[in-house]
Design a protein around this ligand. Structure first.
Ligand code: PLP
Length: 466
């Protein structure tokens, strides 16, 4: 710090020079941790701020720079507690991976035989790592994987129906969160949309009348994130498949969530499985890897060998193929399905979805006991609530669950909404953020995806809720 005394005896503040800062002991410490470039950049920002305010000494300059450097290096992607009540939360990374999938991603970080045939020492196929599993588990003739199901739709339509018409019911021209709109994806795939029927009712004759020499494919899209009730009718997949086959067309069943097993076995609602879709005559089926399957983000395409080969050879496939770590996680996830008895233990998605309310309530009681002493201004209780599967999977089916609920002690106050938002943000600011949800003027922490409170307890302690 350089200060000089002018005539009126007022010290003139001058910032320390960058050179001096960088050569000081603190400066060298920061450089050894964060490197010269980042340290210089952050010190420069702090110095500029000091010049503006005309204040600052070496101590607080280093303090501010160290804080800025720590923030700069903190990983943006971090673990959070998903207490939103939506298990496959698209904003929270959808399916949490199994231990074996995580271990496989770790292995795949180095050199791996991604496209190398170790037996013959020649180039191999990337999809071979998962195709065996897809065939075994679904009974399909062939299967491949791409980046996500949106990419799968693009690839299937482009490869099998480019320049031709794709027939689809008006009731299935869906928008799935995150700007996936079926009509727009179809346009980008280079197929012409041929919509038939009405929003609530479509008949076999509607499809039949639309078939011409311009038709390339018939599609059925599972409207995953909404349901239509009342005067509705749609054509069974079996009939659509038979119609398509009579005209020599492929029938594409776009399943969306994609269950490989009948989830009712674990007390969950019915969801059409890939095997059923095949049994009903679908020639191609696509579904997500990170929804009910419980794996990494991926789009899986299974079906007739000739069609899958055509999709594989399409130039688009190259642009949307899986990387090695995702491929490894997908292989490990599919392998878990080999033992259905252990699946609900080893696959977190299924474990969370199939948890019983009583078990969740026990955890909620334990969590409430942790937060009650810390939140004297709130009325904290444990209450029943409804979890969702999430990601548009089975949108109208809810699962009985239990939550820790924060209510204002003075709900008549106008400031309740603001206080709830502040509470939610305090939970989000924890080292491992806890994400809950505000609903009906209360803050809810749904404990479906919380297995035990010992870890979360040490994080919450020390927090004082206003
Ligand atoms: C979720 C979903 C998609 C999009 O899948 P992503 O894997 O998120 O790209 C497409 N179609 C249906 C019917 C879906 O449910």
């Amino acid at each position: 710090m350089v200060e000089s005394m002018p005539k009126n005896n007022q010290p003139i503040w001058r910032p320390p020079s960058m050179d001096v800062l960088l050569r000081s002991a603190e400066g060298l410490d920061l450089i050894s941790v964060y490197g010269r470039k980042a340290t210089t950049e952050e010190l420069r920002v702090v110095l500029a701020e000091c010049r503006k305010t005309g204040r600052g000494n070496a101590g607080n300059i280093f303090g501010s720079a160290a804080l800025a450097l720590a923030r700069r290096r903190a990983k943006s992607i971090k673990t959070v507690y998903n207490l939103t009540g939506s298990v496959l939360h698209t904003n929270l990374g959808r399916a949490p991976l199994s231990d074996s999938a995580i271990a496989a991603m770790n292995v795949a970080g180095g050199f791996v035989n991604l496209e190398y045939d170790l037996d013959r020492g020649v180039r191999g196929e990337r999809d071979n790592h998962i195709e065996g599993w897809l065939k075994r588990l679904t009974g399909a003739e062939a299967g491949i994987a791409v980046n996500n199901n949106a990419a799968a739709v693009l690839a299937v339509l482009n490869a099998l129906s480019r320049g031709k018409e794709a027939i689809i019911s008006r009731g299935e021209l869906v928008e799935i969160g995150g700007s996936f709109r079926m009509p727009e994806v179809m346009a980008r795939a280079g197929v012409k949309l041929r919509e038939v029927g009405a929003t609530n009712r479509t008949h076999l004759s509607d499809y039949e009348n639309a078939i011409s020499e311009k038709t390339g494919i018939i599609i059925r899209v599972r409207p995953s994130n909404f349901a239509i009730y009342g005067f509705t009718s749609s054509v069974p997949e079996k009939d659509l498949a038979a119609l398509a086959h009579r005209h020599g067309l492929p029938f594409y069943d776009e399943l969306g969530a994609g269950a490989l097993l009948d989830l009712r076995r674990w007390g969950l609602p019915y969801e059409r499985t890939v095997q059923e879709a095949l049994h009903d005559g679908a020639d191609v089926i696509s579904f997500s890897g990170d929804k009910l399957l419980g794996g990494p983000q991926a789009g899986l395409i299974v079906g007739r060998k000739d069609l899958i080969t055509k999709i594989s050879k399409n130039p688009l496939k190259r642009a949307i193929r899986l990387d090695k770590t995702t491929m490894a996680a997908l292989e490990a996830t599919l392998a878990l399905y080999d033992d259905e008895e252990k699946l609900a233990d080893l696959l977190p998605t299924l474990r969370f979805l199939s948890r019983k309310e009583a078990e969740i309530r026990e955890v909620a009681e334990e969590l409430a006991a942790v937060v009650i002493p810390l939140a004297p201004e709130w009325r904290v209780s444990v209450a029943g609530c409804k979890s969702q599967i999430g990601s548009g999977a089975l949108p109208v089916d809810v699962l009985e669950s239990a939550a820790v609920v924060f209510e204002s002690k003075d709900p008549s106050k106008k400031s309740v909404g603001r206080k709830l938002k502040r509470l939610a943000s305090e939970f989000r600011e924890l080292p491992t953020p806890i994400i809950g949800r505000i609903h009906e003027e209360k803050f809810w922490l749904d404990c479906r995806c919380l297995e035990g409170v010992s870890k979360i307890k040490s994080e919450i302690n020390g927090l004082i809720f206003q």
